[in-house]
Design a protein around this ligand. Structure first.
Ligand code: TLP
Length: 345
């Protein structure tokens, strides 16, 4: 079979041999009773990595985000987030369906400069007609922002605003370790400005399944109850936790390779006629390529690449998103560039 170069997402990464070995040997127990020793080890390690008191394992990042919102809010509350936030854009309307909260999108909640004024303007006062603003959601790195990093100093500004207004902050840190590695900072420098943080084990970190939600002990206790309500209480989940422990112990620093590959890809694309890449915006493992000037839609571009063995998704009518990860080599990036060169020629 011809080689497939899969740049659709870092979610496609497969577990390492060492993870499979560890899963095979994992000590397990019933995690709903809190008796799975491997899971207990993962949850403690995860909490430590992001500087929080406690953490729980969830089957997906989506469930992690939604359990967080459910735990922070009450029915009818309003939450402030970026209109491009994963929580709002890609989670099947779960905010409304599961937590009965209203989303208040505010522009510019991510990137080098956060629009603190837009957040402040979105916070409701006590007028009887208004819903209660309860929560601000941030996303770092920002998926639809092309993997952009929001520096800790910008998060701090949001945290100070939230504190003044008595609001909580949830951080969708699906790729927080990409942000940390790319900026040469500890993940805790980012997460200290959030009351709760979700991060994924099964994206760049390559575990087969799972995400973590971390926060203070009392919050995580209530989140555990909400996870159970959604059917997310798992039994011998140590099999999955074993891979998660390796994800956190061994797979973080190597994300730098994915970032170097993304840069290589971005520079190669920027040199091609017709397509456009904002090079300064490529900070981690995501590259957004605009196709409008070629006249080829994102969907059509995606089809033409797939026919030549390169997979990447359209993320807007004239945009392709490429995501680099452990299972794509530097050499494959060069090959992908050859394919794209053929298409735009
Ligand atoms: N993102 C996926 C798709 O859902 C778009 C991807 O391929 O990038 N937060 C962020 C910032 C994410 O990018 C994702 C996954 C999630 C949450 C949800 O994680 P999962 O897929 O585990 O539910």
């Amino acid at each position: 079979m011809a080689e497939i170069i899969d740049l659709r997402s870092d979610t496609v990464t497969t577990p390492t041999e060492k993870m499979r070995e560890a899963m095979h040997r994992a000590a397990v127990g019933d995690d709903v009773y809190g008796e799975d020793p491997t899971m207990n080890r993962l949850e403690a390690l995860a909490a430590e990595k992001v500087g929080k008191e406690a953490a729980i394992f969830l089957p997906s990042g989506t469930m992690g985000n939604q359990v967080a919102v459910m735990t922070h809010t009450q029915r009818g509350d309003e939450i402030i987030l970026d209109p491009e936030a994963h929580l709002y854009y890609y989670e099947v309307g779960a905010l409304a369906a599961l937590s009965s909260v209203q989303a208040r999108p505010a522009q510019g909640l991510h990137g080098k400069k956060v629009n603190v004024e837009a957040i402040e303007a979105a916070i409701r006062d006590k007028n009887i007609h208004f819903p209660k603003t309860r929560l601000i959601c941030l996303e770092n790195t920002h998926n639809r922002g092309g993997g952009s990093i929001t520096p800790p100093e910008e998060m701090q500004k949001v945290a100070e605003l939230a504190k003044r207004h008595g609001l909580a902050i949830h951080l969708d840190g699906a790729r927080i370790f990409n942000a940390a590695v790319a900026s040469g900072r500890d993940a805790r420098e980012f997460t200290r400005y959030a009351d709760s943080v979700m991060f994924c084990l099964s994206k760049g970190l390559s575990a087969p399944v799972g995400s973590m939600l971390a926060g203070n002990r009392e919050f995580i206790e209530r989140a555990r109850k909400n996870r159970k309500m959604l059917g997310g209480g798992m039994r011998q989940a140590g099999i999955l936790a074993a891979a998660g422990i390796l994800a956190l112990e061994e797979m973080i620093q190597r994300l730098a390779e994915d970032h170097a590959n993304a840069r290589l890809l971005a520079e190669g694309l920027a040199a091609l006629p017709g397509v456009e890449v904002d090079l300064a915006g490529v900070e981690t493992n995501i590259v957004a390529m605009e196709t409008r000037r070629t006249g080829i839609t994102g969907e059509e571009f995606s089809r033409r690449m797939a026919a030549r063995g390169v997979k990447a998704n359209a993320s807007a009518p004239y945009r392709i998103r490429f995501v680099t990860h452990k299972d794509v080599t530097r050499q494959q990036i060069e090959k992908a560039l050859d394919v794209i060169r053929e298409i735009v020629a």
